[in-house]
Design a protein around this ligand. Sequence first.
Ligand code: 5RP
Length: 264
Amino acid sequence: MDWGLKNRLSRIIQPDGRVLMFAVDHGYFLGPVRGLEDPKKSLEPLIPYADALMLTRGLLRNCIPPETNTPIVLRVSGATSIERDNLPDEGLTVSLEDAVRLNVSAITLSIFVGTEHERQTLEALSELVDFGEEYGIPVLAVTAVGRDIGQKDARYLGLACRIAAEQGAHFVKTYYCDDFEKVTGSAMVPIVIAGGKKIESEIDVFQLAHDAIQQGAVGCDFGRNIFQNPKPEAMIRALRSVVHDNKTPKEALEMYNELSKVTA
Ligand code: 5RP
């Protein structure tokens, strides 16, 4: 790995080897998702607690102050919407020159392994990796599951993560599942987990993060379970304590409850 690529990746994965990324890219196919109707207002108090932000160039240019030092993981894939049943039919939507212009720390796309669009998304990954290696920009592959969320097992997720790493992805985002250590154990590169749909109880969110890390993930890239929480600042700060301070889910819940009294 070249110095520039390592340097960018080390801005995302922190010196303790862990990361709490904050995913707010949902609008690229969901439009004004609940909790992000007014992204500027929702995100401003939360940005200081994220190690990196995952978002689109539109949200970045419109809602994130250029003075921010939080590393940006730029989504460069899309061109589908929730209005049609074709979510895996993604392509690259951002010129790589624009990613450089935006001074991002990583670029990301979804791969849809096992779908009829597997080939096009894996070829797009390879294109990004060629570019990333040339310019020193790490590539995050997301093993997207579309509407099958919660239904994919360690065999499938292990396969998808390993294929992403074999194609050259520098880190991979996937979903937690039973026997998750099999996924992290064969992935070759750092794994972060997505949160998925909003989980009813806070302690279950902390448990998810805790279990994934115990089984080899370097951290989380959560979205809805932060920005759709009634107390998002308390949530992101308590999640940080699980990711970076090894707090138990119970300790994180206590922290969340205390912070909920004093944050908006
Ligand atoms: C979609 C993504 C989204 O960023 C992702 O699903 C993250 O957020 P959440 O925690 O809300 O699932 O990568 O493929």
